[in-house]
Design a binder for this molecule. Structure first.
Ligand code: AMP
Ligand code: MG
Length: 427
């Protein structure tokens, strides 16, 4: 991995940087500076490209569509014959089917039957849908007044893409629509950035893996399942390193192993002030790591930096263990950082504004994220209510939520009917 700016350099250039009480926006700005996009690329088939990031502009090798063609089933004619005075009666001199060139001649007073997608023969520029037409005899059709203008129901050559133009830009995500577009160019392969390798482990003596018997004071590891889902949705290659007890040597070994194989290491637990402080000491020993107290709720503690091993440098994100704090911290900070690292263009966040249906009390000087349920009110406006209990361990409320209400750093409490920002949560 190439040389990246040191944490100290980044911190020195950020106004408002205070690791002990860090505004969420400053934390995001820090991460934008810290993260470096990967540069390695690979060629994959269109099917395999779904969810991947395009590594160089995809240039259209031809016009799409390559010829003017019909958008409807109907009758094709030279539209200059249409006038507003009287219906037009035309002789039907042939049929143009999709996929087959009809190369007869169509004169004034004549038309052809045409199917959707069929090429428009030379000189014809208008299609009248067949449901508007009256067939007087098998070869004679009357076109009504006023239903169609010259040029209607015609797909123009290159209206989708012009030869030589960028069909997809570097940094764009291959969505199902983009995969279809690539296929429409006849391209078997596409060059994408290689997948990001993300290693994850949970920490804590009290964390049980599924299959272990329950015991007093212990909880099953939920964060590992949440994060694997989030990482897979992002298109990352995941390395599941299980649960590591609060034990210095085991933590050290796991961090080293992760740094040797992954681009990014995500951990949960062990970064809050009250935690056994060897986690922080160990992360510092193995790399360049800062510990933040972010002015946010839920969340707050977070470790950010690099773990270095045999000249390999892996980005480290140490997140708080509380399941909701963990997930919110991931969505707000880690997801955009990973997207940037995957080579993705910055995408506008799926933020909407909705009227709050309840009073939202807010403490000044921190960003609060509330689990919300967005719906439409009788006026058709977006409205939002909270899922109720906002405890940072209450994962069931994260399941109910379809959005996160964001009350930014300087936002006051919100009264009923106030418009608030909501980040929509995707499936
Ligand atoms: P920590 O950040 O290590 O102080 O953990 C905070 C709280 O989150 C504790 O109550 C933990 O039991 C809980 N917790 C930590 N890690 C996990 C995990 N992987 N899955 C579920 N709960 C967790
Ligand atoms: Mg812990």
């Amino acid at each position: 991995m190439s040389t990246s700016p040191s944490l100290l350099d980044i911190a020195a250039n950020l106004s408002g940087y205070n690791p002990e009480d860090l505004p969420a926006q400053v934390a995001l700005d820090f991460l934008t500076e810290l993260v470096e996009p990967i540069t390695e690329t690979e060629e994959v088939s269109i099917f395999a490209s779904l969810g991947r990031v395009i590594a160089s502009d995809v240039i259209s090798p031809f016009d799409v569509p390559p010829h003017d063609n019909s958008a409807m089933d109907g009758f094709a004619l030279n539209g200059s014959q249409l006038n507003h005075a009287q219906p037009l009666t035309l002789k039907v001199v042939g049929t143009a089917l999709a996929g087959k060139v009809w190369d007869g001649e169509v004169k004034q007073g004549e038309c052809i039957r045409i199917m959707t997608g069929a090429l428009l023969p030379f000189g014809l520029d208008t299609v009248v849908p067949h449901e508007f037409c009256e067939l007087l005899s098998p070869n004679l059709v009357r076109l009504p007044l006023g239903k169609t203008k010259a040029g209607d129901n015609r797909r123009l050559r290159a209206e989708d893409l012009r030869q030589g133009a960028a069909a997809l830009k570097k940094g764009s995500l291959v969505t199902p629509a983009a995969a279809g577009l690539l296929a429409s160019l006849g391209l078997p392969h596409v060059r994408v950035f290689r997948r990001l390798k993300v290693a994850y482990f949970s920490t804590g003596n009290e964390i049980l893996s599924i299959g272990q018997p329950q015991r007093e004071g212990a909880v099953y590891d939920s964060n590992r399942y949440t994060v694997m889902g989030l990482l897979q949705q992002l298109g990352c290659e995941t390395i599941d390193m299980g649960v590591v007890p609060d034990h210095p040597q085991m933590l050290e070994q796991t961090l080293i192993k992760a740094a040797l194989s992954a681009d990014v290491i995500v951990t949960s637990g062990g970064v809050s002030a009250g935690d056994a402080d060897f986690t922080q000491a160990m992360m510092k020993k193995l790399g360049d790591v800062v510990f933040w107290k972010i002015a946010m709720r839920p969340g707050r503690p977070m470790a950010v930096g690099h773990i270095t091993q045999s000249h390999r440098k892996a980005l480290l994100f140490g997140l708080p263990g509380n399941p909701v704090a963990f997930m919110v911290s991931f969505l707000v900070f880690i997801q955009p950082a990973l997207r940037q690292m995957m080579g993705s263009q910055k995408m506008p966040s799926p933020m909407v504004r909705a009227k709050t249906q309840e009073v939202l009390r807010k403490k000044a000087g921190r960003t609060e994220y509330l689990r919300g349920i967005v719906s439409k009110n009788a006026e058709g406006e977006l409205q939002v209510r909270t899922t109720g209990n906002q405890g940072s361990g209450v994962l069931s409320s994260m399941v109910q939520a379809n959005g996160l209400i964001v009350l930014s750093h300087n936002h006051p409490s919100a009264q009923i009917g106030d418009w608030v920002d909501v980040i929509l949560l995707s499936l």
